[in-house]
Design a protein around this ligand. Structure first.
Ligand SMILES: [Zn+2]
Length: 647
């Protein structure tokens, strides 16, 4: 889902006041405890009862017009019992609606009690483990208008202020599906397949999931759109949209895929709606082909992708047909990418929403990077600027707060910026391998932050837990204060690191470009503590230094030349000479030491390889051959840096 910026900015200002930073481990714990259905209008007992069955199939058969939100119809549900004896079947439907009757497959009437937003069907005999129940709920009413969904109401009706088309549309994320159809609002239980049949005025078209199987003529100027989808789908991705549309088709041809994929666009029938948005609409095909290349084939390739317009401020990744209020290049890319990150693999809990929104937002940048490269750096800079508004962790610690779940700065932009850091750490090849494997391993299912963390560790063969602690569960981002100098043929660099919030320090290899008339040179230095001092022999005159030249890292940084920075000159404060140098590892000093000194052996990436103390005969024989900087410090705090070569 994507909201337009003006709304996001208001949201950010509110959040900045409302939130306080958390300690990483605490925030993770709290989130797991809090990740209940607190906003889902179910008590703990009801939440437990509703998990006693697994939804296999829904068929929504509804009467909906473009002029009103009133709904009349029925929903058939086929579910499987997950327990030995299921005697109550619970579902959610807003108190506004009347349930007329509930029928079994043999037309038997079920008794039920509807209390507020929850209905309990009393089963005449209990259903055994893995046995199915097949019932059809007949209901009618008008959905609520309390603007409870992330954007507006669960079910809305309005005319487009720009194009005049009157539209009735649904937007259920995260907890508002029950505001228009009887359902089970559980992220963990994907509906295995879904049919949507909507009867409406013949002037209308109906957008929904999968393939349009039939437009069935009905009496009294009506017809019924029959959509069918055989891919598993989450409750909040179920959608109907009704209005007067013109249809525009494209076909995508992903690399290595023999067939083509239909892109079916329902655009307001006012012709200006197409002409004004054609550039963005036509961008769908190359974007879908690009994402098929880098994330794996479009997950719903046996059905379709498409857009259906509705007058709201943003876009929503309804499975196989995104709802679009505003067409622009970024929103289209965002919702296309969601078909992989959000729809095929859905976040396991709302605390993990960054796995949907961070990837969709980062994909906006990737689309520009590969397809519109001249616009990529602006996109990146906007993403970083928005991410810097953040207060708190990317991981959601309060899933009852819809504004926090969909925080523009944290979930979308810092989520995207954090994914870019992971992209940098893994490199292109491993990053895209992770993306593709995530799509296949968790296809048609859900994944948590821990699942993703485990996958990164497994595929890379390295432990990236630190990345998740620092960037996903942790707060803030790094500020680097860097000074440099060049004197006597040596280059000196001092890097200080702080966290913008009350969080820990970050461990990252940071790239520096040293600009010289004779040709630039590059360094990659591990920055993982509050202060690092580096010294390198270097020829040519360095005119300037650039930190992180490809802008991989979300950071604040200052970089200044400091003519007084000359660590080597501190040699005079101890005045020692090391010998033999180069040598095989045994090291003495001249004149001989009068008191204990501390010795740190630092490699050229700034890592401390060894720490020793003593008065004579330092043993460095375990070091690998190479060039090192020895940092000596005596009891008075005087220091000396010596370049040392180990054979
Ligand atoms: Zn989104």
């Amino acid at each position: 889902m994507k909201k337009v910026l003006s709304f996001c900015l208001i949201l950010c200002a509110k959040l900045a006041l409302a939130q306080t930073p958390h300690v990483c481990s605490l925030s993770k714990q709290n989130a797991f405890q809090k990740n209940s259905l607190t906003k889902n209008n179910l008590s703990a007992a009801q939440a437990s009862l509703i998990e006693k069955y697994d939804v296999g199939f829904h068929h929504l058969s509804l009467a909906v017009e473009r002029t009103s939100t009133a709904i009349k119809g029925n929903v058939r549900t086929i579910a499987r019992s997950k327990v030995a004896a299921l005697d109550t079947f619970l579902f959610q439907l807003h108190a506004n609606f009347t349930v007329d009757s509930i029928l079994g497959s043999n037309q038997n009437l079920y008794a039920f009690t509807k209390l507020g937003d929850v209905t309990a069907v009393i089963l005449p005999q209990s259903i055994g483990l893995n046995q199915t129940i097949d019932l059809t709920i007949y209901y009618r009413g008008t959905p609520p208008s309390g603007a409870s969904a992330a954007i507006g109401n669960g079910f809305s009706n309005r005319a487009s202020p720009t194009y005049g088309n009157q539209i009735t549309w649904s937007l259920s994320q995260p907890y508002s599906a029950y505001e228009w159809w009887p359902c089970k609002q559980s992220l963990q239980d994907k509906i295995d397949s879904i049919f949507v049949s909507v009867t409406t005025d013949t002037a209308n078209k109906v957008g929904s999931h999968g393939l349009l199987k039939q437009i069935e003529p009905k009496p009294n100027g009506k017809h019924t759109y029959h959509w069918q989808s055989f891919y598993p789908i989450n409750y909040y991705l179920v959608m109907v949209t009704v209005g007067q549309y013109a249809e525009y088709r494209q076909y995508a041809k992903p690399k290595g895929y023999a067939d083509s994929i239909l892109i079916q666009n329902y655009i307001y029938s006012n012709p200006a709606a197409y002409t004004n948005n054609a550039t963005s609409i036509l961008a769908t095909k190359p974007q879908l082909e690009l994402f098929s290349d880098i994330f794996g084939l479009y997950p719903f390739h046996q059905e379709k992708y498409g857009h259906v317009m509705a007058p709201f401020s943003g876009g929503m990744e309804h499975q196989t047909m995104s709802s679009i209020g505003i067409f622009n290049y970024g929103i289209v890319a965002h919702e296309v990418a969601h078909q992989w990150f959000g729809d095929n693999v859905t976040c396991a809990t709302w605390a993990d929403i960054w796995l949907n929104e961070g990837f969709a937002s980062y994909s906006e940048y990737l689309a520009r990077f590969y397809l519109l490269p001249n616009t990529a750096s602006q996109e990146l800079s906007d993403m970083h600027a928005a991410a810097k508004q953040e207060v708190g962790s990317v991981y959601v610690t309060d899933t009852a707060n819809v504004n926090r779940i969909f925080s523009s700065s944290l979930t979308y932009n810092k989520g995207a910026a954090a994914i870019r850091v992971l992209h940098y750490l893994l490199g292109d090849s491993m990053f895209y391998k992770v993306c593709k494997t995530y799509q296949t391993r968790f296809a048609n299912s859900n994944a948590s932050t821990q699942d993703f963390n485990d996958l990164v560790n497994e595929l890379s063969g390295k432990n990236y837990d630190f990345y998740f602690e620092q960037w996903i569960y942790g707060v803030g981002f790094p500020t680097y204060t860097t000074t440099w100098n060049q004197t006597n043929g040596k280059f000196y660099l001092k890097v200080k690191q702080t966290n913008t919030q009350n969080g820990g320090l970050f461990s990252l290899p940071i790239a520096f470009t040293l600009k010289r008339a004779t040709g630039d040179t590059f360094l990659i230095l591990d920055i993982n503590t509050s202060e690092h001092n580096f010294e390198f022999p270097i020829g040519g005159t360095i005119s300037s230094v650039v930190i992180d030249p490809n802008v991989w890292i979300l950071k604040n940084s200052t970089l200044t030349k400091d003519a007084s920075l000359s660590i080597g000159e501190q040699a005079e404060t101890l005045g020692l000479l090391a010998y033999p140098n180069p040598g095989e590892g045994m090291l003495w000093f001249e004149p001989s030491l009068q008191s204990t000194v501390w010795l740190e052996v630092i490699d050229l990436r700034g890592r401390i390889c060894m720490t020793l103390s003593g008065k004579e005969g330092f043993d460095l024989r375990q070091l690998q051959a190479g060039i090192y900087v020895l940092r000596l410090r005596d009891q008075e705090g005087r220091q000396q840096m010596i370049k040392y070569q180990k054979y």
